[in-house]
Ligand binder design. Structure first.
Ligand code: SF4
Ligand code: SF4
Length: 62
């Protein structure tokens, strides 16, 4: 089982771009008015999860 990667809940995301600013891997982009994590780039650091003001990001094991 791999490490959990960040996953955005599109229903909760406010498109504030906060997670995009803090991701050290540039693994998050805005797509269709919500943040989207490119799991191939994500290193599971969880910084985005701690940054999101509405708790829209969680860890998911792929
Ligand atoms: S867990 Fe870290 S590397 Fe992965 S998307 Fe969030 S900030 Fe970027
Ligand atoms: S920090 Fe949260 S609300 Fe802001 S763009 Fe990222 S997922 Fe959406």
């Amino acid at each position: 089982m791999g490490k959990p990667k960040a996953k955005v809940d599109g229903e909760k995301c406010l498109a504030c771009s906060g997670c995009i600013s803090v991701c050290p891997q540039d693994a998050i982009s805005m797509c269709g008015g919500r943040a989207f994590v490119m799991v191939d780039k994500c290193i599971s650091c969880a910084i985005c999860i701690q940054t999101c003001p509405v708790g829209a990001i969680s860890g998911e094991v792929y």
